[in-house]
Ligand binder design. Sequence first.
Ligand SMILES: [Zn+2]
Length: 66
Amino acid sequence: MSNLPPPETIRITSLRVACDGAGVIDAALGHPRVYLHIDDQTGYVDCGYCDRHFVLEGGPADVAPR
Ligand SMILES: [Zn+2]
């Protein structure tokens, strides 16, 4: 019954992002909304709840597929 998708990588253009888990697993299985801050040295941040991986577009961790 459990068929969890792998964590998503989401490219964003802001250093701040809010994540509540909605849409990652299931809307009913979301988590409390948290605000994440991307470290501009690394260019990414992971959500501690749902493991979503946020990457700053154009940042050090942004590896655009070609
Ligand atoms: Zn999350």
